[in-house]
Design a protein around this ligand. Structure first.
Ligand code: PRX
Length: 633
């Protein structure tokens, strides 16, 4: 492929240091870096070593002179029917005050702070205040239940947790605080203090004297406080974000400071084409990677106005997002394919009701974007809709069109090409050789990973290497755990995960985590969870359980009760987002003679496909049970 993109990408790989040194000029450095990349300990990449900077300075302080009065953050909640706007100057004041509040609660450089809040301005203040202090934030998605939160507390060992009394979804209050209390009760390394922003959603909110601190009271005592930015060495940790993998234990994806800042600034320019003074609307939750990167860090570092949205895409009506685009002159919009599939079920006239002339691109990521949905939204909006592919681990796009570099044509169903900085390969699973055109293979990245990608797993370097760099034996490559193909024109297509991770409405879940949650139900002896195709959500978890006491499912009514009880166990351990669509009870699960569960065969049968090679199957009747369970017999 010729053209500007190809040259840009080639330089990023072949002339790596010069390329990234140039990108590094997009952010402020308190002390210049000595070296662009220290790669003396593969696969650990340390970017911009010796350089000192601060993410909060880059996101807030440095904009005060040129754009202090420009809106930095606009919070729109269709749940509680509120809009709040903060200019860069106001955001600066709020973040300073929050940093002072956190300091008064004992938070210092390197300490961890868990933030468990819905999309609300105070969550953004808390995140940026951590960055200001050099504290490491770990935001946990509000949909996770107490046991999941406890596991994250024990791994991160925070000195402080920040939460609110609750959130709201579709007008229904979700109480957070009882769940926080329960998670602290379950944890071995609880935080000393819990800071609570009381939204007035839960009048019965429980309080623990001596531990719980009221945000508004503490804020009143810190009015006007100023806290200087703590200059951090580029490779120091900035945050941890937990994500699911093949084991039941979530991994703490650790990000650095300098590499992250540069990656955010560069991606906003070359990929999202967002400029200072413009407005971006990313509909994600702050608890996900998309929220971290494209609601908070990248837009603010670029001097943009960012919209923080609390609500769903169809309430009060399916035009609400397009009205936001019109009213706030949104230039860049980012959401997940599921949201578009939800909108697609409504009258397409909603797409034409508002003036969308400010909008240049719509970006979609987080799960496969099917061709019909890609076509529907592109044609409906009359704008380029860019499917792009990345992971929590990478923090920014791996495969994408880069219209800031070259306006390459879009192919429906394809996230286009490897982003600059990524030396992408498609390797055959069998012998790690490179796959040819149109051949399905594993998507891998030749290390070093570019700036902004995870630097390690929090507290576990060994697990980082073992998990991500050991798929192909001695060949040190980063596995994305996704299947992909490249066509004759160089366009990539992502075909789903190679491991046991599933994607439900853009939410990444590990089937092992769900299995462990189900096992918490006392009557379950053994269980297999697989992801099956779902027209709206992409995938849904489906469970097959073997019970200890089968008399509990002796009648249809009992069976329904038991299924509900198993689902309740998942709700309690992980949260309702992980709840299986059905729990089928069987007496045997298909396994190989060596005892390995045949998940791919179970999944194939559940989707009505051929179960594949069954020569190693121990007992063929196990598959018959799966077949008849999904057939409803
Ligand atoms: O399987 C891929 C899928 O989502 C996974 C990463 O999920 P998460 O860590 O939650 O990060 C989301 C950040 C956008 C990937 O391994 N995935 C993500 N984007 C796409 C995708 N699958 C197909 N097409 C995409 N555009």
């Amino acid at each position: 492929m010729a053209g500007r993109y190809a040259e840009f990408h080639r330089r990023s790989i072949e002339d790596r240091d010069a390329f990234w040194a140039e990108q590094a000029r997009l952010v402020d450095w308190h002390r210049p870096f000595d070296e662009v990349l220290d790669y003396t300990r593969p696969p650990f990449a340390r970017w911009f070593t010796g350089g000192e900077t601060n993410l909060c300075h880059n996101a807030v302080d440095r904009h005060l002179a040129a754009r202090g009065d420009q809106p930095a953050l606009i919070w729109i909640s269709t749940e509680v029917d509120k809009v709040e706007t903060f200019s860069f100057r106001q955001l600066h004041a709020e973040v300073n005050r929050t940093a002072a509040m956190m300091q008064s609660l004992g938070v210092a450089r390197g300490d961890r702070v868990i933030i468990y809040m819905p999309n609300m301005p105070e969550a953004v203040f808390a995140i940026l205040a951590c960055a200001r202090l050099g504290a490491v934030h770990s935001v946990v998605f509000g949909g996770f239940a107490a046991a999941s939160l406890a596991a994250r507390i024990d791994d991160a060992r925070p000195v402080l947790m920040i939460t609110s009394d609750g959130g709201s979804r579709m007008g229904k209050v979700i109480r957070y605080k009882p769940l926080v209390d329960e998670s602290i009760r379950l944890s071995r390394h609880p935080p000393a203090k819990v800071l609570i922003f009381n939204r007035g959603l839960d009048s019965d909110m429980p309080r623990v004297p001596g531990r719980d601190v009221d945000w508004k009271e503490l804020a009143a005592r810190n009015e006007g406080a100023q806290v200087a930015c703590t200059w951090l060495e580029s490779s120091e940790p900035s945050y941890i974000l937990y994500t699911s993998g093949t084991t039941g234990k979530p991994k703490g994806v650790q990000r650095d400071v300098g590499g992250h800042a540069v990656a955010m600034a560069a991606s906003m320019r070359h990929i999202y084409c967002g400029h200072a003074g413009e407005t971006i609307f990313t509909s994600s939750d702050i608890g996900w990677a998309v929220g971290h990167s494209y609601i908070i860090y990248a837009p603010l570092i670029a001097g943009m106005t960012t919209i923080l949205y609390e609500g769903v895409p169809i309430r009060p009506d399916p035009g609400v997002w397009w009205k936001i685009v019109q009213d706030y002159k949104v230039s860049v919009m980012f959401t997940a394919p599921t949201a578009i599939r939800v909108l697609k079920k409504h009258d397409p006239a909603w797409l034409g009701r508002y003036d969308l002339s400010s909008l240049r691109h719509l970006f979609l990521a987080g799960e496969p974007l099917d061709e019909p949905t890609h076509a529907w939204i592109s044609e409906g909006l009359g704008k380029p809709v860019i499917d792009h592919y990345w992971q929590t681990e990478t923090g920014w796009p791996v495969l994408t069109a880069m219209h800031g570099v070259e306006k390459t044509p879009i192919k429906y169903g394809s996230p286009s090409f490897p982003a600059y900085g990524y030396d992408l390969k498609l390797l055959r699973e069998s012998d790690a050789s490179e796959a040819g055109v149109d051949e399905k293979a594993v998507v891998v990245i030749e290390p070093p990973l570019p700036p902004g990608c995870m630097t390690t797993i929090w507290g576990d370097d060994e697990r980082f290497v073992k998990t991500y760099f050991s798929t192909f034996g001695k060949k040190l490559v980063y596995s994305t755990f996704d299947w992909g193909i490249r066509d004759k024109d160089g366009y990539y297509f992502i075909l789903g995960r190679t491991d046991d991770v599933i994607n439900v409405a853009g939410h990444r879940l590990g089937t092992r985590e769900i299995e462990e949650a189900i096992q918490a139900h006392g009557n379950v002896a053994e269980v297999a969870v697989v992801g099956v195709n779902d027209a709206l959500k992409g995938q849904m978890p489906l469970a097959f359980a073997v019970l200890k006491d089968v008399s509990k499912v002796a009648t249809p009514a009992l069976r329904i009760d038991e299924e509900k009880a198993v689902m309740a166990a998942v709700d309690a351990q992980l949260g309702a987002i992980a709840r299986p669509s059905r729990v089928h009870f069987v007496t045997l699960l298909p396994k190989t003679r060596s005892g390995k569960m045949l998940r791919r065969s179970i999944q194939a049968l559940a989707e009505g496909r051929d179960p594949g090679d069954l020569t190693t199957l121990e007992d063929p009747t196990a598959l018959d049970q799966i077949r008849s369970a999904v057939a409803g017999n």
